[in-house]
Design a protein around this ligand. Structure first.
Ligand code: CO8
Length: 256
């Protein structure tokens, strides 16, 4: 199967999905989100696949976020709709996949990129990876589940610090926070992800599906997710959003 901006290989029942949009450090625009949605649907139904590894092409970036140029001119309604559609097509969809998803974080995982990695079931990072939710530097909040999933993974205090500071953390810090399960050298990233997939595959695929469903029953879809979408949309009606996104596109620091 062919999907725009994605390369998919299947070996020993492990599928590796590589996101490849080099001109924007693999940033997620509507086309990539739709392609990932279609790929997840296909992989869920594909008996030849037991575990999925999601990674970014090249060594620089996993995903550098949602595509800022795509939404910079949106109003509040469009912002909220974009967030809701992204949740439905991609972030909630990967979290609810029938098979385990391992994010192999090969570089920047920022904003929507870290949110995508957090929607996966486990994460392995290259020691060169940098992770963060920089949305407040754009006058925004994380709008793809980050306010909820980051708190679940690292606890409220660390999540608050990461979101309020908009700072990136390195892979070793991410491991110490529990944000990633393992850190390896860049060359070892895909071998380590395949090795982890191999340990999963010794066990029942039916039971994997049930584990994912049971864990999600407690962690997915609560009021916080709905609140995040509304608050994310509201940010689009602010001067800070215009200043933050303009500053990024003009390659300067924002003045809030
Ligand atoms: N969107 C669009 N284009 C991007 C993005 C992005 N998120 N990130 C990088 N690019 C583009 C740059 O504009 C640049 O393009 P060009 O060559 O045409 O100028 C190219 O990729 C290379 O980037 P840089 O030159 O900036 O590379 P550097 O090595 O200097 O810096 C960084 C790398 C630090 C990753 C830098 O690119 C950066 O800060 N990127 C933005 C990171 C960010 O703020 N991400 C969060 C985006 S907002 C978000 O994800 C919201 C999620 C919720 C959304 C819900 C609905 C939309």
């Amino acid at each position: 199967m062919e999907f725009p901006h994605l390369h998919i290989s299947i070996d020993q029942r492990i599928a590796t999905v590589t996101m490849d949009r080099p001109k924007a450090l693999n940033a997620l625009n509507k086309e990539v989100i739709s392609a990932l949605h279609a790929a997840i649907e296909w992989l869920d139904a594909e008996d030849a696949v037991r575990v999925v590894i999601l990674t970014g092409a090249g060594e620089k970036s996993f995903v550098a976020g949602a595509d800022i140029a795509e939404f910079a001119s949106f109003d509040a309604k469009q912002g909220q709709d974009l967030s809701a559609t992204g949740h439905q097509l991609l972030f909630d969809r990967v979290a609810a996949a029938k098979k385990p998803y391992i994010a192999a974080i090969n570089g920047f995982a920022l904003g929507g990129g870290l949110e995508l990695a957090m929607a996966c079931h486990v994460r392995i990072a290259a020691e060169t990876a940098r992770l963060g939710l920089p949305e407040t530097s754009l006058g925004l909040i994380p709008g793809y589940g980050g306010t909820q999933r980051l708190v679940q993974l690292v606890g409220k205090g660390r999540a608050m610090e990461m979101m309020l500071s908009a700072s990136m953390i390195d892979a070793a810090t991410a491991e110490s926070y529990g944000l990633v399960n393992q850190v390896v050298s860049p060359e070892e990233l895909l071998p380590a992800a395949n090795a982890m997939a191999g340990t999963f595959m010794k066990n029942s695929g039916q039971a994997h599906k049930a584990v994912i469903e049971a864990v999600n029953a407690a962690t997915e879809g609560g009021a916080g997710f709905t609140s995040e979408q509304a608050l994310f949309g509201a940010c689009f009606a602010t001067e800070d959003f215009i200043e933050g996104t303009s500053a990024f596109l003009e390659k300067r620091k924002p003045r809030f």
